[in-house]
Design a protein around this ligand. Structure first.
Ligand code: CP
Length: 313
């Protein structure tokens, strides 16, 4: 009997909200296999040697851009990289024209980061290519949520039943929304914690707990995912000063050591050391921040591989 090809239920990866529980489980299982590949002396498989992928970034990125590029190289895909700042976008070219020009050079898949929420959805309706959302404004960052779920599963065996506190600037965070959706689909309990000005009013409708006291959130959770204050997305002041924010919501070793249990510390990066988290916490044994980055390559390999499988159906 011929082996059936496992695929996702969606053609694109635009957000966690479009993925079924089975899609997420399939991505995490496939990432497990690719993590084994990445630990071999030859960290490469020929799976995507017939695929060309364009990475188009309209916003700065270190982890996501390099992680996608490495994932593509490990899968033997051909890749081209596009940074908006050095492109003809600065001469007034539209997003659709830009992408259609890239696609006319026989590109199959587009990985895009964009400052505007919904940019990936918009693009998917106007161009003939598979789109992967690498972060759209303060909306979604699906591969970050998937790699975070993978890292929690790796640490605890399963995500179901775990208590995850997402702490910091929830209002401007795409990581928060994607994490909430992904972790809930996998059966975790989720809490958000921060000053009320940085927690969106609608958050209760997502079924998360809301806490404004850092110590209470830390005492409740198994995992604390510390988020950066996104000053670049803030047009008004949401708290008096970074110093005061840090006094109320910054995680330091003294607070961590005062808890009556050992919790796991996560952060999607980039870290602002001394604001939301001190160096001794970020670099502590309880931190899995660099494991998250490592796992990102395997998870993105899984996403690209599974999306590419749909082309052969
Ligand atoms: N976590 C994350 O998206 O980091 P970058 O902005 O560096 O890609």
């Amino acid at each position: 009997m011929a082996e059936s090809i496992q695929t996702l239920s969606t053609k694109h990866l635009l957000g966690i909200k479009d993925l079924s529980v089975r899609d997420i489980e399939l991505i995490l299982e496939t990432a497990d296999t690719f993590k084994d590949v990445l630990n071999r002396p030859i960290k490469k498989v020929p799976s995507l040697r017939d695929i060309t992928i364009a990475n188009i970034f309209f916003e700065n990125s270190t982890r996501t851009r390099l992680s996608f590029e490495l994932a593509q190289k490990r899968l033997s895909a051909d890749t081209v990289n596009f940074a908006a700042s050095s492109s003809s976008v600065s001469k007034g070219e539209t997003l659709i024209d830009t992408v259609n020009n890239i696609l006319s050079m026989k590109v199959d898949m587009v990985v895009m980061r964009h400052p505007y929420p919904g940019a990936g959805v918009f693009l998917s309706k106007h161009v003939n290519a598979q789109i992967v959302n690498a972060g759209d404004g303060a909306h979604e960052h699906p591969t970050q949520a998937l790699l975070d779920a993978f890292s929690i599963k790796e640490k605890y065996g399963e995500v179901r039943g775990r208590k995850i506190a997402i702490i910091g600037d929830i209002l401007h965070s795409r990581v928060a929304l994607s994490n909430i959706l992904c972790l809930q689909k996998l059966g975790a309990e989720v809490m958000v914690c921060g000053p009320s000005t940085l927690i969106p009013k609608y958050i209760g409708t997502l079924g998360v707990k809301v806490e404004h006291n850092l110590l209470k959130a830390l005492n409740w959770c198994d995992v604390a995912n510390m988020l950066r204050i996104q000053l670049e997305r803030q047009d008004i002041k949401y708290f008096p000063s970074l110093r005061e924010y840090s006094m109320m919501y910054g995680l330091n070793k003294q607070i961590l050591d005062s808890l009556d249990k050992e919790i796991t510390i996560m952060h999607p990066g980039p870290i602002n050391r001394g604001v939301e988290i001190t160096s001794d916490v970020a670099d502590s044994k309880q931190s899995i921040i660099l494991d998250q980055v490592e796992n990102g390559v395997a998870v993105r390999m899984a996403v690209l591989y599974l999306l590419a499988n749909q082309r052969s159906l």
